[in-house]
Ligand binder design. Structure first.
Ligand code: SAH
Ligand code: SF4
Length: 394
């Protein structure tokens, strides 16, 4: 059987298109980048340095989008700033709220690319699930995002923009106040973050800056399907928690459901996990495991998972994710009994293995269901066209 999905995807690199109005959007820029932007617009070095520090604070700590509200910047200079710069937000095409409180936003870039962001409130935390790409090149067989035809990297500005927009919607400025709803970020929306390394790194650095959004690296998790060559750099240069989408413990099954496995196999992947900088018993690596009926959910699979984790001495926890179905998906969800039995085996071996309750299923916001409405529509349009063609032939 030929296994679908490419293993060596080419990601469309993105050179951000300049805005139609010629203004430069400062969101996503670091302090030195803001300084450089101010200098190239004509400020001298010293003034640019001071202004960059002030503007950085206003943008990321206070959430201000209007230069006129920046009270420590001379009134006379504010119009000059608005003539050159803007503090933007992604365009919201649609915002939905699930019966369980989960929220999903469909966002659109200036070049009309759509991507999604999800907020999941819990009793003790609120997690923002952020996208790193429009679509994904990796084609994991159980993932709806992997079926999107168009793929492009999101810019650092578009990644940070998601967090800014979430704070706007939750009314959480300044970002240093206590009792915030948005406490955690997971890079688990659309896309493979390690195929967009630089932009994800730069964005998360801005998000972690103590004078800005100030989210601690302990509250940020990057999820990868196993881009082995980038994992050490992720640990060194970003330093956030790591989640790995393992999903299978044998070559055959993982080759089928995560095609990237044909390039970077399980042994290589687990070796990279064992060497992940900063992982220890206090900061465990999360292994995500989507439970697919009769595919990867047997007792033997659970025992092999335990064996592998112990063999590589991994400080690990396992998240068992019941498969979230989507129209046309080639798999079924494991039965609750099967999931429980699997979880028990892992748990009894001394490894935490909670079962993740799917959130926001009613608005297609659950793991792996993200696929933009516009993409769905164009698919529907294609189907209609195909039908019309068939009718014309018949
Ligand atoms: N590309 C990255 C991050 C985004 S996917 C990665 O693959 O890790 C976030 C998580 O959702 C991954 O663990 C992914 O495997 C899982 N997932 C994808 N489709 C799913 C589905 N239909 N049901 C349940 N989980 C799914
Ligand atoms: Fe891409 Fe992750 Fe979906 Fe695989 S599971 S297709 S890597 S988004």
């Amino acid at each position: 059987m030929q296994i679908p999905g490419h293993i060596d995807p080419v990601v469309t690199p993105r050179v951000p298109a300049p805005r139609a109005d010629g203004l430069i959007d400062l969101v996503g820029l670091s302090r030195p980048e803001i300084r450089a932007a101010l200098e190239s617009a004509g400020l001298d070095v010293k003034a640019a340095k001071l202004r960059a520090k002030q503007i950085f604070h206003w943008i990321y700590n206070r959430g201000v989008t209007d230069f006129a509200l920046m009270t420590d910047i001379a009134k006379a200079q504010q119009p000059w700033l608005s003539q050159h710069f803007v503090i933007g937000r992604p365009e919201v095409v649609e915002a939905q709220v699930s019966t369980d409180g989960t929220r999903k936003w469909l966002l659109r870039s200036p070049d009309a690319q759509d991507y999604e962001m999800v907020f999941i409130p819990d009793a003790d935390r609120g997690t923002l699930c952020v996208s790193s790409q429009v679509g994904c090149t990796l084609n994991c067989r159980f993932c709806h995002t992997g079926t999107m035809r168009l793929v492009r990297n999101l810019t650092s500005s578009e990644i940070v923009g998601q967090v800014m927009l979430a704070r706007d919607s939750l009314g959480e400025w300044p970002s240093s106040q206590d009792g915030r709803l948005l406490t955690n970020i997971v890079m688990m929306g659309m896309g493979e973050p390690l195929y967009n390394f630089e932009n994800v790194r730069d964005a998360l650095k801005v998000v972690m800056d103590g004078d800005g959004l100030a989210l601690s690296k302990r509250r940020i998790t990057l999820s990868t399907s196993g881009v082995v060559p980038m994992m050490a750099r992720a640990g060194e240069e970003i330093g956030v928690n790591l989640a790995v989408s393992l999903h299978a413990v044998t070559k055959d099954v993982r080759d089928e459901i995560v095609p990237l496995n044909r390039k970077y196999g399980i042994e290589e992947l687990l070796e990279a996990c064992a060497n992940y900088p900063g992982a220890n018993n206090a900061r465990r690596i999360t292994f995500e495991y989507v439970m697919l009926k009769d595919k990867n959910d047997s007792d033997d699979d659970a025992r092999e998972l335990v064996r592998l984790i112990k063999h590589y001495r991994l400080p690990a926890k396992v998240n068992l994710i019941p498969f979230n179905p989507w129209p046309g998906a080639p798999y079924d969800t494991s039965t609750p009994e099967r999931v429980r039995a699997f979880s028990t085996i892992v748990f009894e071996a001394g490894i935490s293995a909670p079962v993740r309750t799917p959130r926001g299923r009613d608005i297609d916001a659950a793991c792996g269901q993200l696929k933009t409405a516009s993409e769905k529509k164009s698919r529907a349009e294609l189907d209609r066209q195909a039908e019309e063609k068939l009718a014309a032939l018949g």
